[in-house]
Ligand binder design. Structure first.
Ligand code: KG4
Ligand code: ZN
Length: 357
């Protein structure tokens, strides 16, 4: 089976062609970074217009690279939410048009499910597994029991972790997007132990996260330092922030592992997904934790951690195999939780607001 995937939920316009043999035939991503950088963040209107302008060309390119025509496809899948609604509409309408014109099944994919199932595309990971989903809009621990079957163990009660990286980068004067810049700056630290930051939630029961206190602590340090910050100050603070995040993640994951093992004595892998999973310090820390717990550790390659359409095509394929396709009446969803039965986290403002997924 061959599926075309389309991703337009945030600031990446992407198209990909993937087979049920887990082969990525094409995976093209156009970042709108330059369009949004002057504003220090993603501007929804600009994003939607850029998707509209580029998506057709990207679909054509992906299909050329894959060496397939519309007649070779078994389905077309597009992100149906959560995300910036203007962009999601562009992707969904494009997919529906192809589907209607070619008589192909249409699959509306939850963007988060795309991240969640990537480890099955890259590493053929069997169900169940424990997933740490860390992106610009989400920070969740989930038990993935099957396609469409997610049990949330914890979530953030304030900021998402990618958001915390982005805000920290701003505070340090590093620019946008924050995650990769904080990681780069941390790599230049000459005295990485110089700053101690509070480690929110460590040792607390449950598997929830909190990052707003950490961000405030970074701001306090910045206010006490001569500005503009020297490169050394930026680097040492970035290193402290990154180390603290990795420690908090490891603590929360250790708790989730206990719950996971109780529910699934047969075991399963620890999987990390989402844009923040590109962070090498975090990956190393989680890999150590998994080794100590005798669990396989799976982290997709960097280009499949950040937003892409291969993950959407793959999630579409997984649904197609189960006969789960969508009607052309599907309405794009700004919010779309993976585990609708999970209670909203206390204190989380704008949870699932879909500003970033
Ligand atoms: O999944 P993603 O590409 O987009 C969505 O939010 O859906 O994640 C983007 C987030 C941004 O907040 C970005 O700063 C963060 O992932 N990120 C990183 C790294 N690369 C991207 N955070 C830490 N270290 C990185 N290397
Ligand atoms: Zn994402």
């Amino acid at each position: 089976m061959i599926v075309l995937g389309i991703e337009t939920s945030c600031d990446e316009t992407a198209a990909a062609v993937v087979t049920d043999g887990r082969e990525i035939r094409a995976n093209v991503v156009l970042s709108q970074l330059d369009d949004h950088t002057p504003y220090g963040g993603v501007v929804p209107e600009i994003a939607a217009r850029a998707h509209l302008e580029h998506l057709d060309g990207l679909v054509r390119r992906a299909m050329e690279e894959a060496g397939v025509g519309f007649g070779d496809l078994d389905a077309v899948a597009a992100t149906g939410g959560p995300g910036l609604i203007g962009g999601v509409i562009v992707g969904v309408m494009t997919a529906k048009a192809i589907s209607a014109a070619r008589g192909l099944p249409f699959v509306a994919v939850n963007h988060l499910e795309g991240h969640a199932l990537t480890a099955r595309l890259t590493d053929d990971v069997p169900f169940p597994y424990l997933l740490l989903l860390v992106s610009g809009g989400h920070c969740q621990l989930l038990v993935v029991e099957g396609v469409g079957r997610y049990r949330r163990l914890g979530t953030t009660i304030d900021d998402a972790v990618g958001e915390a990286f982005d805000k920290t980068a701003k505070l340090l004067g590093l620019g946008y997007p924050g995650g990769p810049l904080v990681e780069k700056a941390a790599g230049r630290a000459t005295d990485p132990g110089r700053f101690e930051l509070p480690r929110p939630m460590i040792g607390r029961p449950g598997c929830d996260f909190s990052f707003s206190g950490l961000k405030t602590a970074v701001r306090r340090h910045v206010e006490e330092l001569p500005r503009p910050l020297s490169e050394a100050d930026q680097a040492d603070l970035a290193a402290a922030f990154q180390r603290t995040v990795a420690e908090v993640m490891a603590d929360r994951c250790a708790r989730a592992i206990r719950l996971f093992k109780e529910a699934h004595p047969g075991g399963g892998a620890l999987v990390v997904a989402g844009g923040v999973a590109a962070n090498k310090t975090l990956r190393a820390r989680l890999s150590d934790l998994a080794a100590a717990e005798a669990m396989p550790f799976v982290a997709p390659p960097l280009n499949l951690c950040t937003d892409n359409a291969a993950m959407i095509a793959w999630a579409g394929l997984e649904r197609l195999r189960l006969g789960e396709t969508d009607s052309l009446n599907f309405a794009p969803r700004p919010r779309w939780p993976l585990d609708p039965s999970a209670a909203p986290a206390i204190g989380r403002k704008g949870v699932g607001s879909g500003v970033k997924a």
